[in-house]
Design a protein around this ligand. Structure first.
Ligand code: 3H9
Length: 692
């Protein structure tokens, strides 16, 4: 950080210089306070302008990594820095070029004037971290833009663009061209017109009724936010500000906020490859091709079109290609109908997807993603063809969810450029992208696709090749426990409800129905061969063998009366389960919801730890990022390994030993890595492997 201080035509430029996003760390706050004091003592200064460096961000807010540490409160706190700005005898302008978020926007709200460049985004997203704005935002924003819009902006956490900010009165001007020069110009004109210091707290708050919180939005943080905004109407400014400060401090200590902050950093950490050689640069990706126009291939093509790429969609079968294109068109039309996309944007996206039926047409693509039938022999034909046809520098990716990437790489003469890109269904919606690294995959290739994941708005997580990679391997253990719990006495509905009440988007047995029982059945038949020591409960297989396919067939573990997507308990299935228990001499017992949740979570943790031991996952937080973004794990619980840390590793070890004594050795045997970490007092979610 440089201590930049520059005076231009009587305007002191105080630069927020803490790359990459100018988080308001203690060092930056102190440096700003020192420079502010210097300005106020400098007779040549008429006005003070705060601006960010680099054009990426004014500031992304408080330094989240400082939370829970003394640095977050160290003098000057953000609130006291804002107070000094407010009390400044010289007018202060916030010149926003890029993101002004959280404490970054609160800092700007504390300035007397605000201007923004056209590309700026302004918001108070603290709610996504289980927090409320804690440096005056809940009081100053309602005063500036009105109670209702301010409340809605803070409750949704969604930033607004510069144009909207101007319409709301959040900024005083939107400037184009050379932003810094324009901002100086704007400020000088303001000062020359005789205007200057303008405290927002003196403006009254208009009374406005707040809309009620729905079940979905009613979190601790949302309730706290509502109380603070109500205080902005009914309480004096200082009293309400004190309430905000105390509420923020309580929320900062909450388990929910700790979990959400863990999720935030887990997703970002995942984008860094461990053991990377310095100077490794991403390769240019301009032209993209997708092979296979089925559900996955079409969905992947849409991901690229949505992110502004032109993409070739290839299918050698003209009927499949036509079907794929028709699905794509239909999906965009649905989005237009729901008001999510304009007609022009939808048409533009369809045009960005260019259909082809011959490989030669895609030979110049920089990256090709294969999404054909999940069988090694079929992949072999495609990869041999791609290797022959594609330009030598092209990267070849497979969307396989089960097959060995090294075998696929072996079909080519360029194994360093072969990798897995495992999109989840529906591809345009699901945020997770598992990036599967073969033994030979080059680091620059991985860095390239990690960057690509960000461009596509996905969370990319690197996994080594291995059965089920990270996510599906853990998922199968989780589903296996769900099936065993039913065998032992719980009902499918109880298992699903217990996990849903705990926060999962959907219970595992409902997901099995949604994914198709035939899919799970065929995976299990292979797993019985590959892992003979592992016991699944056979009732699930019997349902498939009875011809029930799950949701798509209208009946599976549940019944779906008259095409409904809502599962209903089916007496036929209860009878099938009872029969299965009788045959196997199982006396059904009752389970508490806590027992169900604890056992399913332990299964996820133990398998996640094994993935770390085997080096398939790079770090503990990657495992959490996978489950948060691909499997409906509740964000407010932070991820399976974060949960294990919260409950304490010694407690987990004791539970696993009990489970092993009661039933399955070696599945429940505590992994060595877990014992070592527990002994050292280290945590699972902060564990990092060795990289390469
Ligand atoms: C707050 O302000 C509380 C106050 O109300 C009260 C205080 C008293 N802190 O996302 P990216 C890092 S709460 C620390 O990949 P992008 C991030 O980890 C805060 N670090 O870039 C990453 O590190 P690395 C309210 C932060 O361009 C790097 O910056 N603010 C912070 O895709 C690049 O980030 C928010 O919730 C931070 N605040 O997106 C905003 N922000 O390079 C949180 C980022 O090591 N931030 N980093 O992986 C964001 O939403 C996005 O980062 C942003 C840029 C949109 C700004």
């Amino acid at each position: 950080m440089t201590n930049m201080y520059e005076v231009r035509a009587g305007i002191a430029l105080l630069t927020l210089d803490n790359p990459p996003v100018n988080a308001l760390s203690h060092a930056l706050r102190r440096s700003l306070a020192e420079r502010l004091a210097r300005c106020l003592a400098d007779p040549s200064v008429r006005g003070i302008m705060l601006l960010g460096t680099g054009g990426r961000a004014f500031s992304a807010g408080a330094d989240i990594s400082e939370f829970d540490s003394p640095a977050s409160q160290a003098d000057p706190s953000l609130s006291s820095l804002i107070q000094r700005i407010k009390n400044s005898s010289l007018p202060v302008l916030a010149a926003i070029d890029g993101h002004a978020l959280g404490g970054g926007l609160e800092l700007a709200l504390g300035c007397h004037w605000r201007v923004a460049s056209g590309k700026s985004r302004l918001g108070l997203p603290e709610i996504h971290l289980g927090l409320i704005p804690g440096a005056g935002g809940t009081q100053r924003l309602p005063r500036l833009i009105g109670v209702k819009p301010a409340y809605e902006m803070m409750l949704s956490g969604r930033p607004v663009d510069a144009e909207r900010a101007l319409a709301l009165g959040l900024v005083d001007g939107v400037l184009e061209g050379d932003f810094r020069e324009q901002a100086i110009h704007w400020f000088l004109a303001l000062l020359d017109s005789g205007r200057g210091v303008r405290p927002s707290r003196e403006q009254p708050v208009a009374e406005d009724a707040l809309p009620p919180l729905s079940d979905r939005t009613s979190t601790h943080a949302a309730q706290a936010l509502r109380r603070c905004v109500e205080a902005s109407i009914h309480q004096p400014f200082d009293v309400a500000l004190q309430l905000e400060r105390e509420t923020f401090a309580t929320l900062e200590q909450s388990a929910q906020s700790a979990a959400l902050r863990h999720g935030f950093f887990a997703e970002r950490r995942a984008s860094h490859l461990l053991g990377l050689e310095a100077g490794t640069r991403p390769l240019p990706l301009r032209q993209i091709a997708v092979v296979g126009a089925g559900t996955m291939g079409s969905g992947i093509a849409m991901c690229f079109a949505n992110a502004g790429f032109a993409v070739s969609l290839l299918d050698v079968n003209p009927d499949s290609l036509a079907r794929g294109l028709s699905t794509i068109r239909q999906t965009y039309e649905d989005q237009v109908r729901k008001g999510r996309l304009s007609v022009e944007a939808a048409e533009g996206r369809v045009r960005q997807i260019e259909p082809h039926s011959g490989f030669e047409a895609i030979a110049d693509a920089d990256l090709v993603i294969e999404a054909v039938f999940e069988e090694l022999a079929v992949k072999q034909t495609v990869f041999e063809t791609l290797d022959r046809v594609m330009k030598p520098s092209a990267l070849l990716a497979s969307n396989t969810s089960t097959l060995d990437i090294d075998s696929i790489a072996g079909f080519t003469q360029r194994p360093g450029q072969v990798l897995g890109l495992h999109f989840f269904s529906p591809a345009p919606v699901m945020r997770l992208l598992e990036i599967v690294r073969g033994r030979a995959t080059r680091d620059d290739v991985l860095v390239t696709v990690l960057d690509l994941a960000k461009t596509l708005g996905k969370v990319g997580v690197v996994a080594r090749s291995g059965d089920g990679f990270i996510g599906n391997r853990m998922w199968h253990q989780y589903l296996r426990q769900a099936s065993l719990l039913v065998e032992e006495g719980a009902s499918p509905m109880q298992v699903d409800r217990a996990l849903q009440d705990w926060g999962f988007a959907m219970g595992p047995l409902r997901v099995a129905d949604l994914a198709g029982l035939d899919v799970g059945y065929s995976i299990r038949q292979r797993q019985y061969r590959d892992y003979p020591h592992q016991r699944w409960s056979g009732w699930l297989d019997r349902i498939s063998e009875a011809g029930r396919l799950g949701l798509k067939g209208g009946q599976g573990i549940y019944a779906y009366p008259e095409g409904s997507r809502q599962p209903a308990e089916d007496p036929v299935i209860q009878a099938l389960i009872d029969e299965f228990r009788r045959e196997h001499g199982v006396v059904a017992r009752s389970f508490s919801d806590e027992e169900i949740v604890s056992r399913c979570l332990d299964a996820l943790s133990v398998e996640g730890i094994r993935l770390l031991e085997e080096g398939i996952a790079q770090r503990g937080s990657d495992v959490d990022a996978v489950f948060l973004n691909g499997y409906g794990f509740p964000r407010a619980q932070g991820g399976p390994l974060f949960q294990a840390d919260q409950a304490g590793l010694p407690a987990l070890i004791s539970r696993l030993k009990l489970r092993a004594a009661e039933s399955e050795v070696p599945f429940w045997t505590p992994p060595r890595l877990l014992c070592n970490l527990a002994q050292r007092g280290d945590s699972l979610s902060a564990y990092e492997g060795e990289g390469r």
